[in-house]
Write a protein that binds this ligand. Structure first.
Ligand code: PHE
Length: 383
């Protein structure tokens, strides 16, 4: 059992004993809060995903609570760690719904974990909002499942267009994580658009999340002489892949997607990740007042510049709160109906409108790794 679940159990036991001391008396304040569940990886090889997202959620919830809450009630977030494992994500969401009786769930970041959670939320008719799972299958699970980010057919198009038109590349290699729904999907969508734009996938290799040696795949890639390598994975493996590619003498730049969004990518990849490009949900260099105000408040609280994940966590919580304010009641079915009619909500990551498939249609940014930081390169709009 992990730490957060231990403390959670302790909390539940305390509530029980208070209730036992005052039989017949409901625990004070129990009806004055609206409980929201959150599931994320706050430990494991994608720990920065869960931590950054939660910080964004927390900032949003504190702002909502300090400005009157929702219909006179305060929001309370119950966060459970899934350690980056789909089966733990499923257990966590079950627990949040059946034991904590949450009204809605925020999570997960990783598509494979959202795919494990969504059938449970759908079956129990509890709205679930993923901040940043981009695989199309996630919201296909049912009408209670939403996201506030774009989806991978678009993200794949963004990087293919960038590779073909901005970088003028014609020959690209792919290295995908076959254990990761996001990676498999994004590799496919990238290849489709890149070929349509006249490019060629010269070699297509794969690995499995958790691998640490990528030399044989990279040797095959080196032999095909690509102009770039598209690696739609998560930051831990991507950092290692960058280093091993350079040590094999490969000079072609790496390209990737939002799964690269972590300060750890820079730590693990070091010099080897310099010059690489990836698509993401936001850029901290965006001068819009919404973005800069958010960065200011986040820095004050956490002494860091927020990542795209933090911005998406913030927007997910804000979109949920907006729907709760508009909902006829706090019944999950009414919140679901209000979420489905979200239109032009001004988020940090852009204007959010929920479409028929319960996805958000938004532009993406391309960032470049320069001198150990993520530098804004361009914005690509849905076409
Ligand atoms: N989009 C990724 C997925 O679906 C998750 C992710 C989003 C990771 C944003 C980092 C930043 O799996």
């Amino acid at each position: 059992m992990n730490d957060s679940r231990v403390s959670h159990v302790v909390l539940a036991a305390l509530t029980l004993s208070v209730a036992a001391m005052f039989p017949g008396k409901p625990a004070a304040g129990a009806n004055d809060v609206i409980k929201i569940g959150e599931v994320g990886s706050t430990t494991g090889s994608e720990a920065t995903f869960g931590v950054a997202t939660h910080q964004g959620v927390e900032l949003a919830v504190n702002e909502i609570n300090s400005t009157g809450g929702i219909k006179g009630k305060k929001l309370q977030v119950i966060l459970l760690d899934d350690q980056g494992k789909p089966e733990e994500a499923a257990t966590a969401v079950t627990r949040l719904i059946t034991q904590d009786k949450v009204t809605a769930v925020i999570g997960e970041v990783a598509s494979s974990r959202s795919l494990a959670m969504a059938p449970i939320a759908q079956q129990n008719k509890i709205p679930m909002i993923s901040p940043s799972s981009t695989n199309p299958k996630v919201t296909d699970i049912g009408d209670y499942i939403f996201r506030v980010c774009f989806i991978d057919p678009f993200q794949g198009y963004v990087m293919a267009k960038f590779a073909a038109e901005n970088l003028k590349f014609k020959r690209v290699a792919i290295l995908r994580d076959v254990k990761n729904d996001y990676s498999v999907g994004l590799a496919k969508f990238f290849a489709e658009t890149f070929k349509k734009l006249g490019g060629e996938i010269v070699v297509d290799q794969s690995y499995s999340a958790g691998d640490i040696d990528f030399k044989s795949q990279l040797t095959a890639i080196r032999a095909a002489k690509p102009e770039a390598i598209f690696v739609p994975g998560y930051y831990t493996e991507v950092g290692l892949i960058a280093r091993q590619a350079r040590s094999l003498g490969i000079k072609a730049p790496l390209l990737g997607g939002d799964g690269w969004d972590s300060p750890k990518l820079l730590q693990i990849g070091g010099k080897a990740i310099e010059g690489a490009y990836f698509s993401n949900h936001y850029s901290a260099e965006d001068k819009s007042p919404h973005v800069q105000a958010f960065i200011g408040r986040y820095r004050k609280e956490y002494k860091q510049v927020p990542s795209g994940l933090a911005a998406m966590g913030f927007d997910a919580a804000m979109v949920l709160a907006d729907a709760m304010k508009r909902a006829k009641s706090m019944n999950p079915a009414d919140i679901r109906a209000a979420l489905a009619t979200t239109k032009d909500f001004q988020g940090v990551t852009g204007r959010i409108s929920i479409d028929q498939q319960r996805n958000a249609v938004k532009p993406a940014v391309v960032l470049k790794v320069v001198n150990g930081s993520f530098v804004y390169e361009s914005t690509i709009r849905p076409g």
